[in-house]
Design a protein around this ligand. Structure first.
Ligand SMILES: *Cc1c(COP(=O)(O)O)cnc(C)c1O
Length: 396
């Protein structure tokens, strides 16, 4: 089919949630590159929105998926699943989590985390159910995660929202403290807000939040759906901060492109789910968990976290240099590792984004002014330099 035919078929049959998509369709990929049906070659600096941690068609992941597909895809959670137990053990071994639960998406992982915090207090007979999250956050598209997402545009059509959720200004500890009550069950936040334009939380703020949660018996939940799985140069972003959450969630990069999410909980909350309290049909199936295991295998064999620190540091340095010589066109560089927001002068942002696309770089534009990049974690310094050079030309 031609792209025009596919666009027509999509228009006629697919719900219009994604609007006018970018007029390109990819047929294959290798590493950081994507190949479009019309022969154009792109460098994927968005990585499927922070999903393709290993890039496209990484041999370790591809082989693991082939092997698993030849054996078994799905059995249901009525039976024991070796890959599920092994992937859970990997996460427990490498993080502050004591137990893990697998689902299929980021929103579902956050739903699970919120439910876990609520049921913990329910079972203790405590009347604590409120969840406080932050302005400009993004936690997903289900009803509870929309209620937790501090952005009017996502909440408005779905009012009345699920009760018990409220948002306060990010990095404003006094505002958070004021919002906390005896009914607060959880504080939910992204260590670096991704979707709204890469806004990191201050470490001092996170330390105060941790202390507040300890003092007031509140679950501190980190949404690491975007920041997790090596994105910031540590396996999870909390590891950069010295602050451990009680519960954290993962998804996006966890399966390297295969849908899988995880609710990861430390000792205090991990036991609150008991038989029947939560569940899933697809979550943690043999195929999805084979993907997760392969991602960890590649991380270990190819020192991916080290690569993120090295290339991320280099990229950040080069971007700062570009900013310094940009005549104010680049306003700020934010982020950590390979999750970077490049805030531009509002008037030129859309045009720069288009020019980057035209020169073969996939990125995303957040809030109309910030170019967000989340490239595969396997990119080289040469790839990073290529992007900086393309950006330099685009802002000229
Ligand atoms: C993408 C994202 C989600 C939602 O994940 P889905 O898989 O789309 O449900 C939740 N939280 C954060 C921080 C995200 O970046």
């Amino acid at each position: 089919m031609t792209l025009e035919e596919i666009m027509k078929l999509d228009r006629e049959n697919y719900m219009n949630t994604f609007g006018q998509r970018r007029k390109v369709m990819f047929e294959s990929g290798k590493g950081v590159e994507l190949y479009a049906e019309d022969g154009r070659v792109f460098k994927d600096f968005l990585g499927g929105i922070a999903v393709n941690a290993l890039g496209h068609c990484h041999p370790i992941l591809t082989k693991a998926l082939h092997d698993q597909a030849d054996k078994l895809l799905h059995t249901s959670n009525l039976y024991y699943i070796e890959n599920q137990a092994r992937l859970a053990a990997e996460l427990v071994k490498r993080t502050c989590a004591d137990k893990v639960f697998f689902c299929s998406t980021g929103a579902e992982a956050n739903e699970g985390a919120i439910k876990l915090a609520k049921i913990y207090y329910y079972k203790k007979g405590m009347d604590k159910y409120e969840v406080i999250s932050l302005d400009h956050s993004f936690h997903g598209r289900t009803l509870a995660t929309v209620a937790a997402t501090g952005q009017e545009k996502y909440q408005k059509p779905y009012r009345p929202l699920i009760p018990g959720f409220k948002q306060v200004t990010a990095n404003d500890f006094e505002a958070l403290k004021l919002a906390v009550s005896d009914k607060t069950a959880a504080i939910l936040l992204e260590p670096i807000q991704g979707e709204s334009g890469v806004y990191p939380m201050d470490i001092e703020y996170l330390k105060k939040v941790r202390k507040l949660c300890d003092e007031r018996d509140i679950a501190l939940i980190f949404d690491e759906v975007q920041t997790g799985m090596g994105r910031t140069g540590e396996l999870f972003a909390y590891m950069n901060t010295g602050v451990e959450p009680d519960i954290f969630t993962s998804a996006k990069a966890l399966g390297g492109g295969i849908p899988i999410g995880a609710v990861c909980a430390g000792k205090k909350y991990a036991g609150a789910f008991e038989p029947g309290d939560h569940g899933t049909t697809f979550g943690g199936n043999p195929f999805a968990c084979a993907a997760g295991l392969a991602v960890f295998k590649a991380f270990d064999e190819e020192n991916i976290l080290e690569n993120v620190r090295e290339v991320g540091g280099f990229l950040m340095g080069e971007l700062e240099k570009l900013k310094d010589g940009s005549d104010g066109k680049i306003k700020q560089i934010r982020g950590k590792g390979l999750l970077i927001g490049i805030e531009l002068l509002q008037e030129i942002a859309a045009e720069v984004f288009e020019k980057l696309f035209d020169s073969g770089y996939l990125t995303s534009l957040c809030g109309g002014k910030t170019i967000r990049i989340a490239p595969p974690l396997i990119i080289t310094k040469e790839d990073a330099a290529g992007f900086v050079s393309a950006l330099g030309k685009a802002i000229k």
